[in-house]
Structures are given as C-alpha cells and as structure tokens.
Write a protein of this length. Sequence first.
Length: 373
Amino acid sequence: MTETIFTNARLVLENEVRTGSIVIRDGLIADIGEPRRTGIDCDGDLIAPGLIELHTDNLERHIQPRPGVNWPHAAAIIAHDAELASTGITTVFDALRVGSISGSDGYSRYARDLASEILAMRPNLRISHRLHLRAEVCSETLAEELAEFTADDRIGIVSLMDHTPGQRQFRDISKLAQYHKGKRGMSDAAFKEHCDLLIDLRNRFGTTHEAATVAAAKRWGAVLASHDDTTAEHVATSAGYGIELAEFPTTMEAASANRTAGIRNIMGAPNLIRGGSHSGNIAAHELAAARLLDIISSDYVPAALLTSAVMLGNLWDNLAQGFATVTAAPAAASGLVDRGRLAVGLRADLIRVAMPDTQPYLRETWASGHRVA
C-alpha cells in the first residue's frame, strides 16, 4: 500500500474551494477531510483535479518542429507527454487528422501509424493518452483512413472538420490567406489554386465523408463532435447526427443554438487569454460572459489550460466553476466517470498550484497517485 497525504491545502471541489486535507492511496483518492497534523503541508496552495484536454494539436508540433523537418515519432510522443504533464494535464485526447490530399499541395496520411505508436507506448508514458480523430471532410482519403481503425483502438472522440474556404472558421478568406501564406509561404496564385482544390473536394466527397464519419463514430462508440459551427443550420445538422460536443463555435448564434440542443460548447484557451480569435470569430470571453462556455481546450498552447481555468474563475467570481471547465466538464463530456473531480474512489489525478497573485504557478502534477511533474 502506498499513501500520500496533502494537508493545509485549498481543495478545489465541485462547487466550492475549502481548506482541508486529501489522502491518496494505491492510485485513488481515499479520503477528503479537515486539515491534518501529518502529511505534506501545502501552505495554502490549491489542490485541484488533474486537467483534462479534449483537443490538442501539440503532438503535431513535436513531430514537425519546423516545416519540412520530421522528428522521430517515439521521441516526439515522449516530449509531448512530458510537456503536458508539466502543465498539469493528466488526461489528453491526442488529436490526429484523418483525411489526406495527394500532390505537392496536399498532406499525407499519418494517423493510423501514429495511433499505433501512441497505443503501444501508453504503459510507459506519464499521463493518460486517448485518441481523438479529426475527420477532414475536404480530403480525398477520409473514408479509407477511417476504415483502418476499429473499436479495439478505443477512440474517444471523433470530430467532423470542414475547412472549405469561405465558411465556418474561415468565412473571412483573408484570414485563411494570412494563415497559409505565413505558415506555408504560398503565393497568391498558389493560394487560389489551393482554395479551388478544397472547394472541389467538398463538392465531390463532402456528403459521403460526413456520412462515413458519423457511421464510424457510432461503430466505435466514440463521442461525436462538430467543429466551427457558425449558423443555427449547422447546429441543426449536428443535432441530427447525434453530435454532443461543439468545438470552437464561431458565432453567438451557433453557441446559443448548441445550448438549446443540449450540445456542449468548447472554446480555445488561446482565444480566451488573447482576448479574441486569431481567425476573427467570436471571442471566448463573450461566450463566458453569456454563460454559454462549457469546456476549455488548450488547442495549440498546453500551458494555457491552467491559466484559463483561473481567468474564468475570476470572471465568474467562482474558482471552482472555472476549474470545472478543464476538469469535471470535459470528463463528463467524454464519458470518463473515474476522474475530473476530487471525490473518494476516483483516480488520484491531482495538481498542486500556488497562487501568490492572479497568475497560477504549477508546483506538482500527480497521475494515478504518482508524481509525474
């Protein structure tokens, strides 16, 4: 039996923050109570559930640290895992794109091989890794790539991605041009050709790819998510598909319609921290002020998740509610009933956070009762 006691801590519970102690034993939370005389004295630091990340592209950054540079996958996975642990994330749904485009203007398939590597390495990684397949409708090979996966892969989330120029995330074509010209060095002519290609792919394969994605998610028992909903019509389509999560709605109209339909809204931490969307869409703080924000995702900055929890706690004047957007809410949305809250019997996924001012300082990360950062 292994046991660790934290005492004199401010415990971030479901609906309140109160001073007390927490005992972890054999990887689980064994007791929550009043401060004790023995144990690790937290000196008033927060003890909160480990953070749960539903959508991050961070692994791709480790695999391709610079354009044209491909890093060995095993080393990239290990570095990604360590980085997430160092930011307080104890459960991650690694987002892998399925759906590719051939030719110099496209991008090759990689998800099946990378998923196999992640699954094989899971026993030796610091935190819990699960799979999130990002199904790109504007592609040539989506149906083929989906067919490479089975229920044995334990895919947790499948999101429908439609990056057709001129709608959803990139209604403003100039923002899409800025992205591709900056990241890929495209000329004006190359960018126009790229847009024409995507529109043609959407016209040829869009309906078939959407149907294949919805069927695959049902076959695997995965949670289905939409992406970049903009209109009430988008949300109505999502509801018809059985979608439960809406990643990064771009308008108040879509976010409100999601709430009415019982679909949870996910917004990006970078959007919240920067004060707005880099694509020119609705700001996360506007949805938070309207009480339409349910879950925060770090998206492309893992360290932003903890900062966002505190920011929302300050905005709502309720730190427990702020933390719930990165702990209890994503756990519930993804069907993880064994984590996301400080409660007896749940996994001992915990973080210790100092708050000398408004900025959180992560001190420790514990996963299944073991310190991992």
